[in-house]
Design a protein around this ligand. Sequence first.
Ligand code: APR
Length: 251
Amino acid sequence: MAIAREAAELLVAHKPATVLTGAGVSVDSGVPDFRSPGGIWEEFEPDEYATAEALAFDPDKSWAFFAALFDLLRTIRPNEAHRAIADLEGLGVVRSVVTQNIDGLHQAAGNRDVIEYHGGPALLCIGCGAAVAGLTPTQLEAARLGTAPRHSCGAVIRPAVVLFGEEIPPEAMRRSLEAVQASHSLLVVGTSAQVWPAAGLPQLAAQQGSPVIEINLEETPISRYAALSIRGRAGEVLPEIVWQVRRMLGR
Ligand code: APR
């Protein structure tokens, strides 16, 4: 694939790269994305389940969504795309991964600097802020059936994911800006770039003169200004890029 060679050339000439990923990188692990046909938002309307207000006013309802998400995350494994991104870090081409996903698959694949831009599945109490180690099977089953789990202080437990209407965790924001600024290219994989401020990171990279390389099944707002925009499956394109990078670096 000539385009994979072009991507590899850009990455080798402009290393290190930061990688920005979205739900598309995990589709081959069996996690549907959000906005494609059959995506998660078709079953769970975001305004009803995934906003700060929805959680505050009807936590039982939000938990039906969280429980479905947790059920999905329990069984999944990294796919070829995650493994290729970890390989690129091993080859010294990738510095950091900024992910909008909460599935932990980049860490499982072996990437060491992973910034969870939209938080993660760790649990905490909304009332007293205590970290909660996990849910009992009874709590999880009740959540599936529409009863939010509660902490011993009586308040509702929530996952530390960023809901619509909530701020990006300041540490994730700071580290991701730092990663983009310290990198010389940005590889964007499997995001529709509809959600801000994550969608601003590729713009920041382009403004500082770092080539943006996009891999997506479809065109996105990033495609217009990307140095290279590749239409394809992340799990097929990324291993080809790794192969080309290895060839160029003689490793
Ligand atoms: N390879 C490459 N791209 C893919 C693949 C694949 N195998 N499968 C799907 N895609 C693309 C889709 O074409 C789409 O453009 O991935 C993109 C996924 O976009 P979204 O579903 O909008 O997911 P994402 O961009 O991660 O959403 C951002 O929005 O809903 C919130 O907080 C949620 O983190 C999420 C954020």
